[in-house]
Design a protein around this ligand. Structure first.
Ligand code: ZN
Length: 281
């Protein structure tokens, strides 16, 4: 998955912050990112380095570290578009190399959206300032503290013996996926699984089993993957606002060739390898 960057190690602690010449500077323009890259697949991406250009230190926001490389966010592209850098869709991070830089860009976009969308206090309207002690924005007028927004969501592999239920969203991502949805205030994550499955495909389920989680910077989410089995009927009632298709597939009917960066894809592969006679343990 995109967060699996071994042997490199991701450190998101908000301490020991030290900028140096090899620190990477990540600059977004909404869903685009400023990079240099080769022209061939897979793309090798390069972020601007602090030591190579005239960035203003006070305009940089510390993000995190991977091994001994620090990453910073900057709103000002200081004219780097004229120096070989280009704004590219951030979807390049799905396949780009090196993998740890791709994960850094993917994760930086989550933080970029949060900083971009939280300039002013929602309680009193005053401009927010950056905490020096933690990853938080604070209002020195009313003491409001705003922490990064992470939306919990579920991905659900629904199994009926040797069949897996795959879906296509009504909008956006075009390939087959699994039932998915956001946790609502007041409900447990297991209840989210039950509710989303009932809402999207009208199935009752049992034996809900947690699989793995994945930070998903494209939608500021934390995805949690679950497998479950149907309880009684396999008859699908489609929520046409959310989905345009939901269909049962046997293992040998599933075609998948996408690079393995997403939890959804990993769960589908897991089902192909191991899924038979009910829920995957
Ligand atoms: Zn305030």
């Amino acid at each position: 998955m995109i967060q699996d960057i071994k042997p490199n190690i991701f450190y998101n602690e908000y301490n020991n912050i030290k900028i140096d010449d090899k620190s990477r500077i990540i600059i977004f323009r909404d869903d685009e990112v400023l990079i240099k890259h080769n022209k061939e697949q897979p793309l090798n991406i390069i972020f601007p380095l602090y030591g190579d250009y005239e960035f203003k230190k006070e305009e940089l926001i510390y993000l995190f570290r991977i091994d001994d490389i620090s990453y910073y966010l900057c709103e000002d592209d200081i004219g780097l578009e004229n120096q070989g850098f280009k704004y590219e869709s951030m979807f390049v991070f799905r396949t780009a190399l090196p993998k740890f830089d791709a994960f850094a860009g993917f994760t930086a976009h989550h933080l970029y959206c949060w900083y971009r969308d939280n300039k002013f206090c929602g309680r009193c309207g005053k401009k927010l300032i950056h905490s020096k002690h933690e990853r938080a924005l604070i209002c020195d007028c009313c003491s409001n503290t705003i922490y990064p927004k992470i939306s919990p969501a579920v991905i659900v592999g629904i199994i009926d013996c040797d069949r897996l239920l795959m879906t296509k969203y009504a909008k956006g991502y075009k390939n087959y996926a699994l039932v998915a949805g956001f946790n609502e205030i007041g409900e447990t994550i297991e209840r989210t699984v039950e509710r989303e499955v009932m809402e999207e495909v009208g199935l009752k389920i049992k034996n809900i089993t947690y699989y793995k989680s994945q930070p998903w910077g494209f939608s500021s989410s934390l995805l949690m993957g679950f497998f479950c089995e149907i309880n009684e009927s396999d008859s699908i009632t489609l929520d046409e606002n959310e989905l345009k298709e939901a269909k049962w597939f046997r293992r040998d009917e599933i075609l998948t060739n996408e690079i393995d960066i997403s939890l959804t894809r990993e769960m589908i592969y897991k089902f192909i390898r191991e899924g038979k006679n009910g829920c995957i343990k």
